[in-house]
Ligand binder design. Sequence first.
Ligand SMILES: NC(=O)c1ccc[n+]([C@@H]2O[C@H](COP(=O)([O-])OP(=O)(O)OC[C@H]3O[C@@H](n4cnc5c(N)ncnc54)[C@H](OP(=O)(O)O)[C@@H]3O)[C@@H](O)[C@H]2O)c1
Length: 254
Amino acid sequence: MRLEEKVAIVTGASRGIGKAIAVGLAREGASVVLAARSEIARADGLAGTIHETATAIEELGGKVLPVKCDVTDEASVTAMVKTAMATFHRIDILVNNAGVAFFYPIAETPLKRWETVLKVNLTGAFLCARAVLPLMADQKSGSIINISSLAADERDGGTVPTGVAYAVAKAGLDRFTWGLAVEAGKHNIAVNCLKPKQPVDTEGMRFWTTDGERNGWASADKMVKCGVFLAAQDASGVTGTVATDEELSLWHGL
Ligand SMILES: NC(=O)c1ccc[n+]([C@@H]2O[C@H](COP(=O)([O-])OP(=O)(O)OC[C@H]3O[C@@H](n4cnc5c(N)ncnc54)[C@H](OP(=O)(O)O)[C@@H]3O)[C@@H](O)[C@H]2O)c1
């Protein structure tokens, strides 16, 4: 097991890619903190809670701590990291996975939606990274993984149109990765950005699309493999990379 004795925080771990990566890290021996808002099933039918993910990890014999957390709320992030430290006493890995999209054109995007998309995808990553950086610096190692999207790169609206606010937030997350990798490198902390090459079949994606739009979707398996690989890095290994799961798999034989 590659991540024994390590402690990971995964944001947006109540469903989808975050849940899959959290389970994947636990399979490699990491203790995992699950940070998301859903503690009980949502009334609108969007499946997944932090407690369901915790049960899946416990069934594998893993150590897990579900903590209700809104990544857009500074106090909530601070409290989540404090609870994680009180339980596991160190943080080695942060996966900034929490994300939301708003699928409408700019002309139909209310200011509140624009702000929410930027806050969850970008400001949330900043708040979580800032909260764990001093702890990782004290430990003289760490790995931060930002989950981004090809929406940041595609200029034609993309294969799954996710809205410009989302693309802007993810482009910001890519740039945040490079900047943070430079700053955190001196403390032996790796910072990388991982994006799926193909749309990944998740509860969230299914909720917002129809059957006809789901051709060519992938499972989260490759994202999990790459997530585990990046989680094992520090600044002496792979850092400052913004890559798709396909690229990373090719480059490193995953
Ligand atoms: N699926 C794809 O094809 C695809 C492609 C490119 C990039 N991505 C990126 O991959 C990540 C996961 O995508 P997904 O498809 O798995 O999404 P998903 O199924 O919709 O799950 C999104 C997760 O983010 C959490 N979240 C949303 N707002 C939050 C907040 N304010 N605080 C804490 N957690 C919050 C949700 O938890 P709660 O609602 O419980 O808070 C949920 O666990 C996202 O960053 C997404 O942009 C996905």
